[in-house]
Design a protein around this ligand. Structure first.
Ligand code: GLU
Length: 307
């Protein structure tokens, strides 16, 4: 499948979103995605939705979702409508999976992690699924996960920050998982279903998800959903080049430092806020940012070192 560079189907009304996973508190890496998606939506006169992606309980931290909402509020973010929780939307993901199964695009897979790891093919995300269960389960094997059957063609898109991106899913990943062996729906399926049902027209998020986007576009096409526009902002890394995250012990955002953190996020995003605004109250920083935000000056990099 090839998506031509000049034919994205983008809806007229701008709807953006921020979709944190409650695996820990927000830190100044996640703040970049919140700030960028918020300002891009506001600059377009659009709506900005907040979705808590709590679909992976083994990775979640108790209380993190509440903490994220409290921090966003204290930082002066104003989201539109109710907060959406993915854990309450399983019926939607099930319905989408059923449609894919009915269309012959999804199939059950009995392979264990070990069996797949033995695949000699290496792709962008570890071993490429070798298609073992594509033509049906071997006798006596029980289904563990459900996978999407991908085509041989190229899936590409023009990212508003990172430029043209493309993958050949069959070569780079193989048929990917929609429903995991542990019974949880995969992020790739849930995010596509929700972006479509919530009418999200533009996805602005961290470049750590750049490699997921072709899978999401492929799924949108399989489900007949409109394609959002994409902009992937640089992610912050520590001195060792690792993305700031709970695993790399990124310090949590502090509510008392909101104005300063926002000023710094704008600086990292290339916006050059005036020095005199450094340390000002969040409302003042936002006032400046609403008037001056430009996606076009965001550094066209996947990663920037923190500090
Ligand atoms: N929940 C994902 C994360 O926190 C982001 C999903 C997205 O923006 O598409 O990394």
């Amino acid at each position: 499948m090839v998506i031509t560079k000049d034919a994205p189907r983008i809806s007229a009304a701008y709807v953006g979103r921020f979709a944190p996973s409650p695996t820990g508190p927000l830190h100044h890496g996640s703040l970049l995605a919140a700030v960028g998606s918020y300002l891009e939506a506001r600059a377009a006169g659009g709506r900005w939705l907040l979705r808590i992606e709590d679909l992976d309980p083994p990775r979640e931290m108790p209380g993190a979702a509440c903490g994220i909402l409290r921090t966003l509020e204290a930082y002066g973010f104003e989201w539109d409508g109710e907060v959406v929780y993915q854990s309450r939307r399983l019926d939607h993901y099930r319905a989408a999976l059923d449609r894919l199964v009915a269309a012959g695009l999804a199939y059950p897979c009995a392979c264990t992690r070990r069996e797949i790891a033995d695949s000699s093919l290496r792709g962008i995300d570890g071993p490429v699924y070798p298609g073992t269960c594509r033509a049906g389960l071997a006798a006596g094997r029980a289904p563990r996960a459900w996978r999407l059957r991908v085509g041989e063609g190229e899936t590409g898109f023009l990212d508003a920050v990172q430029g043209w991106q493309s993958q050949v899913l069959a070569r780079d990943l193989g048929d990917f998982v929609l429903l995991r062996a542990d019974g949880y729906f995969a992020y790739q399926l849930a995010v596509v279903v929700d972006d479509a049902l919530q009418g999200v027209s533009h996805v602005v998020r961290g470049a750590d998800l750049l490699d997921s986007t072709p899978r999401q576009i492929y799924l949108q096409q399989a489900l007949g959903s409109p394609l959002p526009g994409y902009a992937h902002l640089p992610v912050l890394t520590n001195a060792a080049g690792e993305k700031l995250s709970k695993q790399t012990r990124a310090p949590a955002l502090e509510i008392e430092r909101a104005g300063l953190e926002l000023w710094q996020a704008l600086t990292i995003l290339g916006q050059q806020p005036p020095a005199g605004l450094r340390g000002a109250a969040p409302a003042e920083v936002w006032r400046w940012a609403f008037a001056h935000w430009r996606l076009g000056v965001v550094p066209r990099q996947r990663a920037i070192m923190d500090g």
